[in-house]
Write a protein that binds this ligand. Structure first.
Ligand SMILES: [Zn+2]
Ligand SMILES: [Zn+2]
Length: 388
């Protein structure tokens, strides 16, 4: 029999501990792939919840905690991200980052506090069947972490039947929920184009091989995709992030150039098509110079399973959490998309307030009032799938 989840999930002193944990994590951010101290802090916090199994070093610096009912049933995974961003925080908060050049400006500190809160809740309300896995995943911001977790042999024993993650979303009403079946976040990839020709005297450029015309051709190829159109099944976007050519000297015709381009698409297929067409165009334009294109920071689209999205919607309705107006998928990519490849999953957006600075903005700080509804959503999903 499923018990009704209320918003007062945890005693006030637990909520105070979670807010203190969130702020402590905020003060001591770790960059992608270096989250050892953050993972250790979470393990220390959750030690008393007595997980059946602790899996440290997952996918490098990740951490998984397994709570086992001892009875057969599905394995349900909830994910939070461990990493912060290489940006200087510009807030005057008491709990502002103490690490120069690193800050939790995507709210992953809040997502971790929500998952820690779920751990406290599970300790008081053990699942009636199956297992719950709390996954603290490394390196989300670079797109490397989810894939590293999935490739880790330790993941085989953690492979979930269902996986859920939430991301706070500035611009949506505080505590409003957006979840839908199908694509939840776009696919993306970074292309680094390296062009190598031959230097020459600036007075005799025809004796060298300048990559400048190829850069110009790249600009032309990108132009139709540089202004985003409306979101839809054919949505594609190219962002020219960086370009360089030669060296700052008036006497030299250049030999080398680079272009860094981020491509984005409605889903993996749209992105693959855009990438193939662009790479073919660049290769065709690069006559007389060497052209090397490498792929970086590749993110799958996050595609919500219809049944998983329906479960979240049912819990949202039970909790009476308002629905946000949201156009799916969101343009930024999320490496939780890698889990779409292996399990039924849903990525849920939780409004962080209309006036909240955007994600990755130097003035952003995760709103603590989201911790309670975040825990309530995940606890409700646990009840729905595993009973208590
Ligand atoms: Zn981010
Ligand atoms: Zn994020």
């Amino acid at each position: 029999m499923t018990r009704q989840v209320t918003r007062q999930l945890l005693p006030a002193d637990d909520m105070a501990r979670l807010i203190a944990l969130r702020r402590k994590l905020h003060m001591a951010p770790d960059l992608s792939g270096q989250e050892t101290a953050t993972a250790a802090q979470l393990l220390e916090f959750l030690h008393l919840t007595k997980p059946a199994r602790v899996v440290p070093g997952l996918g490098g610096t990740g951490l998984a905690l397994v709570y086992d009912s001892g009875r057969a049933g599905p394995r349900v995974m909830f994910r939070a991200e461990l990493d912060a961003l290489p940006i200087v925080e510009q807030t005057a908060l008491d709990h502002a980052s103490r690490v120069t050049g690193a800050a939790h400006l995507c709210g992953h500190d809040g997502h971790m506090a929500i998952l820690a809160g779920l751990g406290l809740w599970i300790a008081r309300n053990p699942p009636g069947s199956g297992q719950v896995v709390l996954l603290f995943q490394p390196a989300e911001e670079t797109g490397a972490g989810a894939r590293a977790v999935l490739a880790d042999p330790q993941f085989d024993a953690l492979r979930p039947d269902w996986a859920f993650a939430l991301h706070n979303m500035p611009g949506l009403g505080l505590g409003h929920v957006a979840v839908a079946p199908g694509p939840a976040s776009c696919a993306s990839v970074g292309l680094r184009v390296r062009l190598t020709g031959r230097e020459a005297h600036a007075a005799q450029p025809e004796t060298g091989r300048s990559p400048a015309p190829v850069l110009a051709a790249i600009m032309d190829l990108l132009a139709p995709y540089m202004t985003p159109g409306p979101m839809g099944p054919h949505f594609g976007l190219a962002t020219l992030c960086h370009m360089s050519l030669g060296q700052p000297a008036f006497g030299i015709a250049p030999a080398s150039a680079e272009a860094w381009i981020t491509l984005r698409g409605y889903d993996d297929a749209v992105l693959a098509d855009l990438e193939a067409r662009l790479c073919a165009g660049i290769a065709a334009a690069a006559t007389g110079v060497r052209c090397d294109i490498t792929r970086h920071d590749a993110f799958h689209a996050s595609v919500n399973d219809p049944a998983a999205a329906e479960i979240v919607q049912a819990v949202q309705a039970r909790l009476d959490l308002p629905t946000a107006r949201f156009t799916f998928p969101m343009r930024p990519s999320e490496d939780f998309g890698a889990f779409s490849q292996v399990t039924r999953m849903a990525l849920v957006f939780l409004g962080a307030g209309e006036a909240q600075p955007a994600l990755h903005d130097p003035a952003y700080d995760f709103p603590d009032p989201l911790i309670a509804p975040g825990i309530a959503l995940f606890a409700g999903i646990t009840e729905q799938l595993l009973g208590v």
